[in-house]
Design a protein around this ligand. Sequence first.
Ligand code: ATR
Length: 279
Amino acid sequence: MTLDGNTLVYGLFGYPVKHSKSPTFQTAVFQHLGINAVYVPFQVKPEDIEKAVESLRVLDIKGVNVTIPHKENVIPYLNEISEEVKVIKAVNTIKNIDGYLIGYNTDWYGFIEGLKEIMPDIAGKRVLVIGAGGSSRAIIYGLLNQGVGKIYLANRTIKRAENLIEDFSNFYRIVKMIIKPISLDEINRILNEVELIVNTTSVGLNEDDPEIFDYNLINSSHTVVDIIYEETKLLQKAKEKNANYQNGYPMLIYQGAKSFEIWTGKPAPIEVMKRAIGV
Ligand code: ATR
């Protein structure tokens, strides 16, 4: 595709952005569909995020994804946020309509669509979610949206899990009946009760990271999702125990597909995206 005066600009705000795969698969989709657009990585320092958001209006950049560490910090500078952002309190997608900026969160959708590849029916399921940060909030929003039966929310800092539940209960009255906060030490005891295990923390990113719980307790009736891209110890053990398992790539692909749809109004071809990054 040749660039010309009509080429539309999309991109990614993050810090760092160098290892992101989004420019590769978003560009592949633009090319595949013959859309005259580019998707550019923008490394934005935390202290510059307000100026970066303003630059969307100034330069007429049509849309960006937002990643660590800006997902919460962009919110005050937008004109509007969608309903899911009010609950999740994080934005990963901005659409620019003639200078009017709308913030969305597609991470929850990415997680659910990815999960459906290995667990088609999530309704009524009992789940262990490890971590209570931004990713966890998006994933819990998605699970609640699918009618999940029960969530054990395990976090190193239990107060943070309790705060998440308190916060979500302002939006969904039954949250306190569905989500139970537990410490990391309690995971071993409840593992047999759950069908799905989701790690949303960064534990496992480094090879010498300790196990979060006793991974030997995983069995073939479990489905295990780690949102880290590389194959972690947790996923290796899931594989060894014949459990269903998934890494972070499906979530990444599907959140990007939803962002693409928000920006262009067109569905994104998933296979093209996957092929572009070799997953
Ligand atoms: P993200 O947006 O990726 O979810 P975050 O909001 O910084 O990132 O949340 C990180 C999560 O990983 C938290 O649940 C954090 O636990 P605390 O709330 O106790 O900080 C968890 N986490 C990070 N490092 C951890 C570690 N070494 N052991 C256990 N949990 C860890």
